[in-house]
Ligand binder design. Structure first.
Ligand SMILES: O=c1ccn([C@@H]2O[C@H](COP(=O)(O)O)[C@@H](O)[C@H]2O)c(=O)[nH]1
Length: 233
């Protein structure tokens, strides 16, 4: 069941049962869900089957980063399991991203392929630590343009870069933004954060939201507050 909601709930749980307990409270007409490294490593493709069976569109957030043939094959495997979206790290480079998108096109697979620019948990000094001495905004833009030139459908970035990428990468180009923090939520380990409504105003196409909902005392109340903030209730 396709939804027009920009909300993607990150199912960061240590077991299939815990993830499905959350999913069973959600409505696939009102959000998509994201499966990341912890849940997929613990439960494998069974979690995708279970979520698809419940009608959810799934973003498989495994952030592939390897040699071109390996990444292309992994992206193909994800797409053949019917996921709505999958991602790679843009820092894997042009040849890696081109190989991945070409593999999807050759097989007629319509899964969205996006690239992580700079993790939302990072700040300028983290980039300096790994030898990147341009500004964070400049590095995000460089990687986003590389992803676009390589034929990808969009990027993972923070909402703080969304308006800049709207100008530099044009549209249509997906800007999937984690680090979303409603006013009631803690930042946790996220550094580049924004509220849901500000993120949409800035040009985010999708909002990835985990702990502000999944760790809330009342997850459904938290989700409804976010939907109200977005004028969706
Ligand atoms: O740059 C990135 C890329 C991916 N993520 C993932 O999004 C969620 C965010 O969860 P919160 O609990 O809302 O912080 C999580 O699964 C990350 O792995 C990201 O945060 N930043």
């Amino acid at each position: 069941m396709a939804t027009d909601s920009p909300i993607i709930i990150a199912l960061d749980y240590p077991s299939l049962d815990a993830a499905l307990c959350m999913a069973d409270q959600l409505d696939p007409a009102r959000c998509r869900v994201k499966v990341g490294k912890e849940l997929f490593t613990r439960s494998g493709p069974a979690v995708l089957e279970a979520l698809h069976g419940r009608g959810f569109e799934v973003f498989l957030d495994l952030k592939f980063h390897d040699i071109p043939n390996t990444v292309a094959s992994a992206v193909q495997a994800a797409a053949e399991q019917g996921v709505w979206m999958v991602n790679v790290h843009a820092s894997g480079g042009r040849r890696m991203m081109e190989a991945a998108i070409q593999r999807l096109e050759q097989r007629g697979l319509t899964t969205h392929l996006i690239a992580v620019t700079v993790l939302t948990s990072m700040q300028a000094d983290d980039l300096a630590d790994i030898g990147i001495n341009v500004s964070l905004a400049e590095h995000v833009e460089r990687l986003a343009l590389l992803a676009k030139q390589s034929g990808l459908h969009g990027v993972v970035c923070s909402a703080q870069e969304a308006s800049q990428l709207h100008v530099s990468c044009g549209e249509p180009f997906l800007k999937v933004t984690p680090g979303i923090r409603p006013s009631f939520a803690a930042a946790n380990d996220q550094q580049r954060i924004m509220t849901p409504s500000k993120a949409i105003e800035a040009g985010s196409s999708h909002l990835v939201i985990g702990r502000p909902v999944t760790q809330a005392a009342d997850p459904m109340e938290a989700l409804e507050a976010i939907e109200s903030e977005l004028g969706r209730r």
